[in-house]
Design a protein around this ligand. Structure first.
Ligand code: HEC
Length: 116
């Protein structure tokens, strides 16, 4: 994971703590989980749903790939979670970056990394 990305993730976490907590001590402990921001937590993101709405137009309805678009159904056997996240955020070749971002991108990368 590159430093810029870490900074973005960390920054987002701090913002959440600042908005949701209102408690100075929460920042000092480094605790960014306020327990009230479900939609931004990776665990609650439905990666499969995101992929089905944002990625299948190119990668195929069953992620089997088509033409110049590689299959994602077995992408975990070729790329690590970090590498997948990198493709999603930065794009590669003719694949545009930033179709999804933040917790969505992370959840999808983790989900795809399991596909072997
Ligand atoms: C506009 C078409 C398009 C869309 C939409 C798209 N991709 Fe891609 N994707 C591509 C192309 C083309 C490549 C091959 C890039 C290359 O040639 O290096 C690719 C490659 C990839 C790879 C690397 C695969 C490998 O085997 O190396 C991953 C991972 C990936 N895409 C994930 C996603 C995810 C997740 C989404 C949805 C958020 C998505 N893509 C949406 C076109 C697309």
């Amino acid at each position: 994971m590159n430093k810029k990305l870490l900074a973005v993730i960390f920054g987002a976490g701090l913002m959440l703590a600042a908005c949701g907590g209102g408690d100075d001590e929460a920042k000092d402990t480094g605790t960014t989980d306020t327990g009230t921001t479900d939609s931004t937590e990776t665990a609650s993101v439905d990666a499969e749903k995101i992929v089905n709405s944002k990625c299948i137009s190119c990668h195929g309805g069953n992620l089997e790939g088509q033409g110049n678009f590689p299959a994602l159904a077995d992408v975990g056997s070729r790329l690590s979670e970090d590498e997948i996240l990198n493709v999603i955020l930065n794009g590669r070749g003719t694949m545009p970056g930033k179709i999804i971002e933040g917790a969505d991108a992370e959840a999808v990368a983790a989900w795809l990394a399991e596909k072997k």
